[in-house]
Design a protein around this ligand. Structure first.
Ligand code: ARG
Length: 472
C-alpha cells in the first residue's frame, strides 16, 4: 500500500492510509477533468463570496482566497501549475493548492460537497460549449449558403433510392442541410436552457444546515432566466445526481453528427468519377501512398466515421445512468470524457466541413448534363396530363408506358414522336414537347418549399438575411 493524497483537503481522519496506488490510478480523474479548472475556480469564487455574505468568511479571508485563485489561474494559464494525480481530481487539486497558500482556503468547502461542485462545473462548461457549438453550426450554415450562392444557376438531379428522380437546384439541395442545421441550433439552445440551473448548495445530497444563499450564488454564476431571476435546482438529491442535461447535449450532438455524416456522404459521392459533380480543393483531400492518381475526400470520410464515436458517446451516457441508485455515485465520473469527446469531435467536424465546403466548386457542366436527363421530367409529363383533366393514377400509367416505349426503341424520352405519344393516349397534344424544356420545368415549381427558380431564389435570400442577422 502506498500513501496517496496528502493535505488536509484530501482525506479525513477516518482513514489510516490512502488508497493503494492501483486504486488511485484507477480512480483519478485529474487527467481529464483538469480542463474544468476555469469553471471550478469560478464556482469557488461565487461560493466564497456567498460565505462572506453569510458571515462565514471575513472580508480579509475572501480577499485572500480571491488573490490565491488569481495566482493559481495565472500559473495554470502559463503551464507552470503542477497537477497532482494523488489529489484525484480538479476540485481537490485546486482547493489543496489554495489552502497551501491561503489558510482561509480551509473554510472554502463549508456547506459544499464535491458532488455539487462537479455538477456546477460541468453545467458551466456545458453552457459555454453549447454557445461554441452553435457558433460552429452557424459557420457551416454560412458556408453552405455561400456555396449555394456561388452556384445559384446550377441544376442537378435530385435522387431517391440513389436513383435519379427529379431536377433540383444545387442551392435547394444545400439549403436542405441548412434547415437540418437550424433544427440542431434549436436543440443546442434547448440543452443550454436545461443546463442553466445552479445545483450549488445541494451539498453531498441533503443540502446544508448553514443558511446558504443559493440564489446569490446562482446570480453570480449567471444561472438566471431571461429576466435575471436566479435559477436554482429545487431538489438537493436531483441537484447532485442529475446528468440529464449532458444526455440532451450528447443527443443533440449525435443528431448533428448524423447530419454531418449525410452531408459528407453526398460530397463523397459527388466527388467520384461516376458522379463528377464537384471538385474539392487539394487542401481538403489526401493522396494514396500507392496509387499516384488518387485524390481522396478524407475530411468527409473522417467526418462520416467520427459520427460513430459521437453516437457511441450518447449510448455510453444513457447506459451509465440507467442503473444508478440515488444520488451521487462514482460512476458519474465517467460522464466527462464522453461529453468532452462529443463536444471536441462535433466541433472539429463542423469547422472542417465548413472549410471544405468553402473550398469546393461545382462542375456546372456535368451537373447540367445529368439534370438534362429527360427521364427526370417523367413526373412533369404526368402533371401535364393532369392539367388536361386526366386522373393522376391514369396519367402515371400512360407515362410509364411512354417511358417503356422510349426504352424499347433505345431513344431518350424527349425523342418520342407525337404519334407514338398518341398511340398510348390521345390525351397527349402537340404541346407535349414543351414539358421537356428544363428551364420552364423549374419555373413551374412554385409552391412553398419547392425547388423552383423563384422559390429557391427567395429561400436563398431569406437565409442570407437570417445568417447575417444571427450573432456569432
Ligand atoms: N471526480 C468526481 C467526478 O468526476 C468528483 C466528485 C467526487 N465525489 C465523490 N464523492 N467522490 O464525479
Amino acid at each position: 500500500m502506498s500513501r496517496a493524497g496528502s493535505s488536509v483537503v484530501s482525506r479525513s481522519g477516518r482513514f489510516a492510509s490512502g488508497p493503494a496506488a492501483t486504486v488511485a490510478a484507477f480512480s483519478e480523474s485529474i487527467s481529464f477533468d483538469w480542463r474544468l479548472w476555469r469553471q471550478d475556480i469560478r464556482g469557488s469564487l461565487a461560493h466564497a463570496a456567498m460565505l462572506r455574505r453569510i458571515g462565514i468568511l471575513t472580508a480579509a479571508e475572501l480577499k485572500a482566497i480571491q488573490r490565491g485563485f488569481r495566482e493559481i489561474a495565472a500559473e495554470i494559464e502559463a503551464g507552470t501549475f503542477e497537477w497532482k494525480p494523488a489529489l484525484e481530481d480538479v476540485h481537490m487539486n485546486l482547493e489543496a493548492e489554495l489552502t497551501r497558500r491561503v489558510p482561509a482556503g480551509a473554510r472554502l468547502h463549508t456547506g459544499r460537497s464535491r458532488n455539487d461542485q462537479v455538477a456546477v462545473d460541468i453545467r458551466l462548461w456545458l453552457r459555454d460549449e453549447c454557445e461554441g457549438v452553435r457558433a460552429d453550426v452557424l459557420q457551416l450554415q454560412r458556408a453552405l449558403v455561400g456555396f449555394a450562392r456561388r452556384h445559384v444557376e446550377v441544376l442537378l438531379p435530385g435522387y431517391t433510392h440513389l436513383q435519379r428522380g427529379q431536377p433540383v437546384y444545387l442551392a435547394h439541395h444545400c439549403l436542405a442541410y441548412v434547415e437540418m442545421l437550424e433544427r440542431d441550433l434549436g436543440r443546442f439552445a434547448d440543452a443550454r436552457e436545461r443546463a442553466n440551473v445552479c445545483p450549488l448548495g445541494s451539498g453531498a445530497l441533503a443540502g446544508s444546515t448553514l443558511p446558504l444563499d443559493r440564489e446569490y450564488v446562482a446570480r453570480e454564476l449567471g444561472f438566471v432566466d431571461s429576466r435575471g431571476k436566479a435559477r436554482v435546482t429545487a431538489n438537493s438529491m436531483d441537484g447532485v445526481s442529475d446528468r440529464d442535461f449532458l444526455v440532451e447535449f450528447a443527443a443533440a450532438a449525435a443528431l448533428t453528427a448524423v447530419h454531418l455524416s449525410r452531408l459528407a456522404e453526398d460530397l463523397i459521392l459527388w466527388a467520384t468519377s461516376e458522379f463528377n459533380f464537384i471538385k474539392i480543393a487539394d487542401a481538403y483531400t489526401t493522396g494514396s501512398s500507392l496509387m499516384p492518381q488518387k485524390k481522396n475526400p478524407d475530411v468527409a470520410e473522417l467526418t462520416r466515421g467520427k459520427t460513430g464515436r459521437v453516437v457511441g458517446n450518447l449510448m455510453s451516457l444513457l447506459t451509465l445512468l440507467k442503473g444508478l441508485p440515488m444520488t451521487y455515485n462514482r460512476d458519474l465520473q465517467e460522464d466527462k470524457e464522453r461529453v468532452f469527446d462529443t463536444a471536441d469531435t462535433v466541433r472539429a467536424c463542423l469547422r472542417l466541413m465548413a472549410g471544405m465546403v468553402d473550398h469546393t466548386t461545382a462542375k456546372a457542366v456535368n451537373c447540367r448534363a445529368a439534370a438534362e436527363d429527360p427521364q427526370l421530367l417523367a413526373t412533369d409529363l404526368a402533371d401535364y396530363l393532369v392539367r388536361r383533366g386526366v386522373p393522376f393514377r391514369q396519367a402515371h400509367h400512360w407515362v410509364g408506358a411512354v417511358v417503356g416505349l422510349a426504352e424499347a426503341s433505345g431513344k431518350p424520352l424527349n425523342a418520342v414522336t407525337l404519334s407514338e405519344f398518341q398511340s398510348i393516349s390521345p390525351e397527349f397534344g402537340a404541346d407535349v414537347v414543351d414539358v421537356f424544356d428544363l428551364n420552364q420545368a423549374m419555373d413551374r415549381r412554385q409552391s412553398i418549399g419547392a425547388p423552383g427558380t423563384a422559390q429557391v431564389s427567395r429561400q436563398l435570400k431569406a437565409w442570407e438575411r437570417r445568417l447575417k442577422a444571427a450573432k456569432r
